[in-house]
Design a protein. Structure first.
Length: 292
């Protein structure tokens, strides 16, 4: 359904933590102009755990309105409560999202059968195509490739964002999955290799800062141009690494503020980027050719 550079969009906030929907609209316009292939809003990078239901709907609706059909808008609707994930997915559909990115339930530590039943319920009752999201570094629970394959046969489940950075999982899932089921990388540092192995794109943090460059790299990788993709990816390597020097989206939002694209707001329990990392992130921006 989707391919290429799918930006995991930040949620702009003012210094007092209030949403800045005008800044969000400007970001959407910028990504449309720069070639981002999809917008993923209200996800981890969008600080979804700190948004209430009305705020999440406002973010989704604003992105959909400004995108105006130029870029598909996917909404993060995950929860560690199956009932709540269904409610969030229904609300995202009402706000205009075209698909839901649903994370493995966190904290509860469900087993493989619990994860299977959770995702099946969201797909059956949420009203949107579902992209599974496996990120065990945050959720602790790991969605096994065999369970992803099983879920690929559930109507309405269309793909998986695999954020382990284990490129071998791409082939393992695709070899057994139902026809049309797609794998997306959720790890910028290994996204090029994942696409060359069969992934259809990347849900990218780096694309927040370098959308055109990420689009070009993804285009080359999806065309099977390994040398060209490597050449285009090399200047982005420091961003892939240093945007995670503190918990995402702390470095990403700080860098966007440095570039004048968003105000400096971030919500607790996250805090602004520590001063010791400022030079490191600035250097990564410079290496990627990203300037104000």
């Amino acid at each position: 359904m989707f391919s290429g550079s799918m930006v995991a969009l930040v949620t702009p906030m003012r210094a007092d933590g209030a949403l800045d929907l005008e800044a969000l609209a400007a970001l959407v316009e910028w990504h449309a102009a720069e070639g981002s292939d999809a917008l993923v809003v209200t996800g981890t990078t969008g600080e979804a755990p700190t948004l209430d239901a009305a705020e999440a709907s406002a973010v989704i609706a604003t992105a959909v309105r400004v995108a105006g059909g130029r870029i598909p808008v996917i909404a993060g609707t995950g929860s560690n409560s199956t009932r709540h994930a269904i409610e969030l997915t229904r609300a995202a559909r009402a706000a205009g999202a075209v698909a839901a990115l649903v994370v493995v339930p966190y904290y509860n530590k469900p087993g493989q059968e619990g994860q299977y039943l959770h995702f099946r319920a969201v797909a059956e009752q949420g009203g949107l195509p579902v992209i599974l999201y496996n990120v065990p570094g945050r959720t602790v629970a790991d969605l096994a490739p065999a369970t992803a394959v099983r879920l690929s046969r559930v109507p309405g489940i269309v793909g998986i964002k695999e954020a382990t950075g284990e490129v071998a999982r791409v082939g393992a899932i695709l070899a057994e999955a139902a026809p049309g089921f797609e794998v997306y990388s959720g790890d910028d540092a290994s996204a090029r290799e994942a696409m060359l192995a069969g992934a259809r794109g990347v849900v990218s943090v780096t694309a927040n800062l370098a959308p055109a460059a990420m689009h070009r790299m993804c285009t080359a990788a999806l065309a099977g141009d390994a040398a060209g993709a490597a050449r285009l990816d090399a200047p982005l390597a420091a961003l892939h690494r240093d945007l995670f020097c503190e918990a995402n989206p702390i470095p990403c939002k700080w860098a966007l503020t440095e570039l004048g694209r968003v105000p400096p707001g971030i919500r607790l329990p996250l805090t602004p980027l520590a001063a010791e990392y400022h030079a490191r992130v600035r250097a990564a921006l410079a290496a990627a050719g990203v300037t104000r």
